[in-house]
Write a protein that binds this ligand. Structure first.
Ligand SMILES: *Cc1c(COP(=O)(O)O)cnc(C)c1O
Length: 388
């Protein structure tokens, strides 16, 4: 924990460089001047290791954030991008070529799925989705041309996990690169690199920013792997993060640990309330004692975040809408990880005629627990469950 305090408060903050200001400056510049040809030439040759030249590649404010996030995730290096989706795009693209095959956990985050299903087939890259709860499914899906395994543990709707150690061991034995979307756990609650996962990414829009005001992404890994992504996919797509957004994320990081502590306490109270409510059939939350993969969750995660899913008993589409709209303190909105509690029913993305009340998946309602007081949220849920 001392280590987290040091990273969040001190690491990479060179205050003497900027008038001993406590908060770092936003170095809002597009380009940087040079004093000689040699340094300029060397930087042209290697923007990753060279001096500051252009904010699309590197910037001092952004570098403070990079160093903190790399240290928090326990990796050598890190790049930050202008969204979680661009972190997904760049990390996958850097690791496939025409003819390759990807094994991905089924139902990955929507823009990862779109990349596998729509973008990559145009370049002759194929994929197989597997139920990631059993490592044997990865082994069975292996082909001679498999070069990448894509994980998301837990995912952000039904929270299925993969055994990171076993998948990483298998991947290493076949020289396959592994990528995990670690957004749910944050760099604090899960350390995929410790299990041998090569690249770890986050939507920093969620907990790292934490205030619902910034869209950003992170990729961590070895210096060599990060340099490879940076030199090509990041510079070519120009998806680096702006200094102002980096500054907002540094500010978000100051309270990451304490926000997670608060959310952990509140979420367990909300889960207890919902589990005992007669209208709720099931609560899905990775650290709940009835979660099917609770042992694996406790083995590889040190905490769970504020996302959970409830499945009410058979309920009409209109009642789900009534429930969502009756909540006064949960906003009906996408995303999560901010200060405010949210609700996102699966039915909200479906046409009423496609909804089947006998299908538990259709009845899934995702809740995100924010920084509010537990009783404030529980009373709201209690009232809304009464009317629906
Ligand atoms: C939101 C999210 C992303 C995408 O991040 P953006 O910052 O919205 O582009 C990726 N993975 C997960 C699990 C997410 O929740």
């Amino acid at each position: 924990m001392d280590n987290i305090s040091f990273i969040i408060n001190q690491l990479a903050e060179d205050r003497e460089q900027y008038f001993n200001a406590v908060a770092p400056p936003i170095v809002q510049t597009s380009n940087f001047a040079f004093k000689d040809f040699k340094t300029l030439r060397e930087t042209f040759e290697d923007e990753f290791s060279g001096e500051y030249i252009y904010t699309k590649s590197k910037n001092p404010t952004v570098d403070i954030l990079r160093k903190k996030l790399a240290a928090l995730q326990g990796s050598e290096d890190c790049v930050v991008t202008n969204s979680g989706s661009s972190a997904i795009f760049c990390s996958i693209l850097a690791n496939v070529k025409s003819g390759d095959h990807i094994i991905s956990v089924e139902k990955p985050y929507s823009w990862a799925a779109r990349m596998f299903e729509v973008v990559l087939p145009r370049f002759n890259v194929t994929h197989t989705y597997v139920d990631g709860r059993d490592v044997n499914n990865f082994i069975e899906a292996y082909q001679e041309n498999t070069t990448l395994i894509y994980l998301e543990s837990p995912n952000s709707f039904d929270f299925q996990l993969q055994d990171l150690q076993s998948v990483a061991d298998f991947a290493k034995s076949k020289h396959i690169t592994t990528i995990i979307d670690n957004s749910y756990c944050t760099p604090i609650f899960q350390k995929p690199h410790d299990f041998g996962i090569d690249l770890c990414l986050h939507s920093a829009t969620k907990y790292i920013g934490g205030h619902s005001d910034t869209v950003a992404g992170v990729i961590t890994g070895s210096r060599e792997r990060i340099k490879k992504i940076f030199d090509s996919e990041i510079l070519n797509s120009g998806t680096s993060l702006s200094p102002f957004n980096a500054w907002l994320l540094i500010r978000g990081l100051r309270t990451l640990e304490i926000r997670l502590q608060r959310i952990t306490e509140t979420t367990s109270k909300v889960v207890e309330f919902l589990k005992n409510h007669p209208k709720i059939q099931r609560v899905i939350f990775p650290f709940d004692k009835d979660f099917p993969q609770i042992e694996l969750a406790k083995k590889q995660m040190t905490g769970a975040c504020g996302l959970l899913t409830i499945i009410p008993h058979e309920i009409e589409y209109q009642q789900i809408e009534l429930f969502a709209l009756s909540l006064k303190n949960f906003l009906l909105a996408v995303s999560w990880g901010g200060h405010e509690s949210l609700i996102m029913p699966k039915a909200a993305g479906m046409k009423p005629e496609d909804y089947d009340k006998n299908n538990p998946e259709h009845r899934m309602i995702r809740l995100y627990i924010g920084l509010e007081d537990a009783d404030f949220l529980i009373n709201d849920l209690k009232n809304a469950l009464e009317v629906c």
